[in-house]
Design a protein around this ligand. Sequence first.
Ligand SMILES: O=C(O)[C@H](O)[C@@H](O)[C@H](O)[C@H](O)CO
Ligand SMILES: [Zn+2]
Length: 302
Amino acid sequence: MMSVEVAIKDGAKTTGEGPHWDDTTRSLLYVDIMDGGVVRWNSVTGQQEAKHFDEDVGFVVPCRKGGYIMGLGRKLAHMDWDSGKVTVLHEVAPKGSKNRFNDGKCDPRGRVWAGTMGRETEPANPEREMGELFSLGLDGQLVSHKDKIDISNGLAWAEDNRTMYYIDSLPRKVYGFDYDIDTGNISNQRTVVDFGEGTVDTLGFPDGMTIDTEGKLWVACYRVGKVVRFDPLSGKEMRTIEFPALRTTSCCFGGKNLDELYVTCGRTGASEEELEKYPLSGSVFKVTGLGVKGYPATIYEG
Ligand SMILES: O=C(O)[C@H](O)[C@@H](O)[C@H](O)[C@H](O)CO
Ligand SMILES: [Zn+2]
């Protein structure tokens, strides 16, 4: 039986994002973007620790050599948890009035992929085409792959490493690219899931995503409180999970058997009325009993 429960009540004050399951510690790592927060929640002890930075944190991933890589405003930085020391690795060029890193994730070789977006006056309303998609190689070099993006968001790789999936939220599309795992290059962009023209009432905006071991995509649908499982081959919806919070932002598989889906969401942009109706906005949810599993999350190997 499928069930949706609250794993971390009030997990985020602003927009919770970028959930990453750390297998070795059975912890969930995620960010609280506009709070400049990086949170580590231990699922075994229920203990939660957080770090705060003075700029927006778009994403965070662990590094093999220790510490974490995070998107901090326009910077990619390494962060040592214990000392809190931040080392800036790269800073991307300013675009518009205030571009910043948003979602990011590691590919199966351990490169970091992360994209940017323009300043948002309210969620899903950024300065257009200010985003760019980058990768941080194992050699520490930053490579730009694509520009004129609106809101750089979810990333996932197919099991054979030959396809990369990527979301730009405002065109409301999940794209597929041919992926060269050896060079880390993308080519042959196509649309694999189209959220459709016009109305955003049913599916909202595609935001973060993950892939299951059957090759299907789980996409968080921002503004409608759903995570939808899509078949990237047909572009069709296969299954919908609903949440008691509308601003669902991302998801990842976790738990001992990687068969639980952890789902982040946000409060930022919600009216008082929305928060009253959905008081769990900002919490992290856990879905069990789905009958599917994910892959262990990859980390930065550089
Ligand atoms: O989490 C993100 O990716 C963005 O930073 C948020 O602002 C919203 O989720 C986005 O606007 C909806 O697509
Ligand atoms: Zn997002």
